[in-house]
Design a protein around this ligand. Structure first.
Ligand code: ATP
Ligand code: MG
Length: 421
């Protein structure tokens, strides 16, 4: 009877050895970049109480309404959710551990996020984000820092030419309330043009209607009352400072009055970096201010600003933009033929690693010819060859694999010198 083949969960990807180099190089750039701005890494659990996301992201949002992986722990009846994003957890942890006791904190995190969406290019059910949060900063200097640091990252990655910045301001609570009422009046007057989602949201979260992806509603949404008309002086001054900061830093941007973001915690500045190279899933980085969230999650009120990047989308963009990097092999492949050679090969490989070389030790025996084939396929620069002869003499033979060169027999102590040449 055939055994059923098991597959990964739909929309959740394996990252295989052939792809991992790209991830690791990207992550190395990210670490340097964040360190150069003084951000500290933090790691939170992948599972949180469901209530955290409901409270932080908002009940009437796509994420909370239909994208969360939520289950009841049968052992104690608690409801848990696989994190759909990182800001809620980061703020929860900052409040829980009183991280803001002596002022602002610059934090970052990375890792998998989970959303039950329809899988397609650039949209997965497990995807990865790098998130950056400045907690306890009223801005607009921190807003400008976040925008300039993302601009620097695109330069570091060679992506500056293919991403553009869109910004908007959502204002504070009062202007949002005024705008909300105007939106309700406007959409009520055009009930017949609303789709099911929009009708449901009309009285719970009319702002969300502006974020619709339904092409049939674009005209209606385009003509809807603009929040910018409701902004008070403080909000306008904040936005103005952000704009002047961008101008001073030489960062081009477009004001997109329809940019509202899919999470309820945002206020004041919001932004997205978008590309036209990835089809419909063109937002590679998104964020903004969320001044109410810390208090909303039980902390002493503290303003904040942050953003998150979609790693899969950025890697797709990098792959599209750059030639495939050369495959990297180890420095040395240690061939060993014969019983005493196999025993002696173990300390030889260790000696090579002591010297800082990457050494792969051949396992599984086989003829000299078969092992040399493996050595070649591994991409190693050198084969270190050990037969019973070499083992008896406490020596090894070295042969370059990528350039012409003789096989040479040398004492162990001389091995690394040859290879480091
Ligand atoms: P979108 O409008 O594309 O659904 P979003 O507004 O839901 O994005 P955020 O919650 O702001 O996204 O997440 C920040 C970034 O994470 C996005 O800009 C995107 O790059 C990435 N991202 C979000 N959802 C997914 C997903 N399902 N698969 C892959 N990347 C994602
Ligand atoms: Mg989404």
């Amino acid at each position: 009877m055939a055994i059923e083949t098991l597959r990964a969960v739909r929309g959740m990807n394996d990252i295989l050895p052939a792809e991992i180099g790209l991830w690791q190089r990207f992550e190395a750039v990210i670490r340097d970049w964040l360190a150069s701005y003084g951000y500290q890494e933090m790691r939170t659990p992948i599972l949180e109480q469901t209530g955290l996301f409901k409270r932080a992201i908002g009940e009437v949002t796509d994420i909370v309404e239909k994208e969360m992986y939520t289950f009841v722990d049968e052992l104690n009846g608690e409801s848990f959710t696989l994190r759909p994003e990182g800001t809620a957890s980061c703020v929860r942890a900052a409040v829980e551990h009183n991280l803001l006791f002596n002022g602002g904190k610059r934090l970052w995190y990375s890792g998998p996020m989970f959303r039950h969406e329809r899988p397609q290019k650039g949209r997965y059910r497990q995807f990865h984000q790098i998130g950056v949060e400045g907690l306890g900063f009223a801005g607009p200097d921190i807003d400008i820092e976040h925008l300039s640091m993302t601009a620097r990252l695109w330069r570091m990655l060679g992506l500056a030419a293919v991403v553009t910045l869109e910004i908007n301001t959502l204002g504070g609570a009062e202007s949002r309330a005024r705008h909300r009422q105007k939106l309700i009046d406007y959409f009520e007057a055009h009930q017949d043009q609303l789709d099911e989602d929009a009708r449901r949201r009309l009285h719970t979260n009319p702002l969300r209607i502006l974020d619709t992806k339904n092409p049939a509603m674009q005209g209606l949404v385009e003509a809807a009352p603009k929040l910018i008309a409701e902004l008070d002086e403080t909000a306008l001054a904040h936005f103005d400072s952000v704009r002047r900061g961008l101008d001073a830093a030489g960062i081009a941007y477009r004001i997109n009055a329809r940019l509202v973001r899919g999470l309820d915690y945002y206020n004041y500045t919001v932004f997205e970096w978008v590309t036209d190279r990835l089809g419909a899933q063109g937002t590679v980085c998104a964020g903004g201010r969320y001044d109410g969230l810390v208090a909303q999650l039980g902390g002493k009120p503290a303003p904040a600003c942050g953003f998150a990047m979609g790693v899969e989308r950025l890697l797709a963009l990098l792959t599209e933009m750059t030639a495939a990097p050369p495959a990297t092999g180890p420095d040395v492949y240690v061939v060993n033929v014969g019983e005493s050679a196999a025993r002696f090969a173990v300390p030889v490989a260790e000696t090579l690693r002591d010297a800082g070389l990457k050494a792969v030790l051949h396992c599984g025996g086989g003829s000299f010819k078969a092992q040399m084939k493996k050595a070649d396929a591994s991409g190693a620069r050198y084969a270190v060859i050990i037969g019973d002869d070499e083992a008896a003499a406490g020596e090894a033979s070295v042969k370059p694999l990528r350039v012409e060169g003789e096989q040479r027999r040398v004492a162990l102590a001389a091995l690394d010198k040859i290879i480091f040449q």
